[in-house]
Design a protein around this ligand. Structure first.
Ligand SMILES: Cc1cc2nc3c(=O)[nH]c(=O)nc-3n(C[C@H](O)[C@H](O)[C@H](O)COP(=O)(O)O)c2cc1C
Length: 182
């Protein structure tokens, strides 16, 4: 099973990137998980033609059996960079790669709510007619208090409750992707 763990931001430093890297490390024996960046994609615009970066991005998504999207929360929504990266994948941009693609939404924030509103925003976008992704229901992973949840040296997720929840969510997602492949 091939999965992409998408860092939902163009930030140089990101706890959500640390989460993607941790997921790739922890579940590397269960799936081939590549951490994917969106920071070098051009901003979406409606009349825009896909350049080499956008084409490569679409191909990467197309070839994955499932996507894990780790989103920060910016003003109670997903960051603009993530919205733009998703727009390039939508049917209005001439792409069908998101249609029924299994997607798991996760997120990390500095406060206590674990990017909950951004995650809801992401799910709503993913279910839009332009996307029609196959979003894993339930199975929320809300990692708050990022500074104490991640180890300062290794960057690993160390909060035990979050790790236990992550294990449950990933187990559900592996089964979900398997089922979608049948
Ligand atoms: C423009 C901006 C808006 C933000 N808005 C929120 C917010 O609405 N809710 C929240 O919990 N954190 C908010 N934050 C703080 C983020 O949770 C914090 O920057 C977090 O580290 C972002 O994730 P990252 O480390 O993966 O980049 C905001 C940060 C920025 C830069």
């Amino acid at each position: 099973m091939k999965l992409l763990a998408i860092v939902g931001t163009n930030a140089d430093f990101s706890f959500n990137r640390l989460l993607c890297q941790f997921i790739a490390k922890r579940f590397g024996d269960k799936a081939e998980i590549e951490v994917a960046e969106i920071g070098d994609l051009p901003a979406f615009y409606k009349e825009g033609q896909a350049d080499a970066r956008v084409t490569a991005w679409r191909e990467k998504v197309d070839q994955a059996d499932g996507l894990i999207i780790a989103t920060p929360e910016y003003d109670h929504a997903i960051p603009a960079a993530l919205k733009s990266a998703l727009e390039w994948l939508g049917s209005h941009a001439g792409s069908k790669v998101m249609a029924y693609k299994p997607v798991c939404v996760v997120g990390v924030s500095l406060g206590g709510q674990g990017a909950s509103r951004a995650q809801e925003d992401a799910r709503e976008i993913l279910l839009a007619p332009d996307m029609t992704a196959n979003v894993l229901p339930g199975n929320e992973l809300l990692i708050g208090r990022a500074y104490s949840s991640f180890d300062k040296e290794s960057g690993d997720l160390v909060d035990e409750a979050s790790i236990a929840q992550l294990d449950k969510v990933m187990e559900a997602f592996f089964a979900f992707v398997d089922q979608a492949k049948k």
